[in-house]
Write a protein that binds this ligand. Sequence first.
Ligand SMILES: [Fe+2]
Ligand SMILES: [Fe+2]
Length: 266
Amino acid sequence: MVHSYEAAPGIEVLTSSFSIPGYGLVPINAFVIKGSEPILVDTGAVVESGQLLPALRNVIDPADLEWIWLTHTDADHIGALHTLLAENPRIRVITTFLGVGIMSLSAPLPMDRVYLVNPGQKMTVGDRTLTAVKPPAFDNPSTTGFYDDRSGVLFSSDCFGALLPAVPQSASELSDRDLREGQMLWATIYAPWLHKADRTAFEKELDGIRQMAPKMILSSHLPAAPGKMTERLLASLAAAPAAQPVVGPDQAALEQMLKQMTEVAS
Ligand SMILES: [Fe+2]
Ligand SMILES: [Fe+2]
């Protein structure tokens, strides 16, 4: 079920947990930034698209939304996108040219309703200035997060996500071990290229986040993380390239699982 909580004044998290058997729970977050021009950051998972809207209505009238910032086009971020575009003809979608291109293969975005940004560019959205950020790790080339100058929050998209045994409301409630192992597992699954990345270059990317000194990091796949946790988040991610690569179950393992399920059902 999608439910909501306030992460910072005027910033709501719409969240649900997705279970990956054998690995843990991954939160799937969308965010509402209230303000003179309200923004929805991502739109939940396709499989839960019917659940996002009721949760969204609990925190804002969708008719009041001006913008959707689409951090990337993966299925866990575009669930209610087209429903919202149909419901509120004023909403514009902030994305990249590549984001538009990827969407055009399945559910095209109307070109007069997109607003293109590239990492490093700033845009003024009502009472705040948003700076587009390419996060240090990502699983989709269109990924673009952003830093909000008004709240000091970094919206990091999939970066800093974690697979967890349970999902608390604040990442500060996670033990060091659960956070570190959960982040490393998530990073090695969603960004397996990290194992091949130049370590010095990757450290430089992480240092860019350190220099930003966000007051909070809101990842699409981690509970809200206050700024005092940034060093912990960076340290876990810095360790990910040296972690054991994740190899998923093969056909023999699948057949074993199916056999066990059949035995349990009979
Ligand atoms: Fe993704
Ligand atoms: Fe994601």
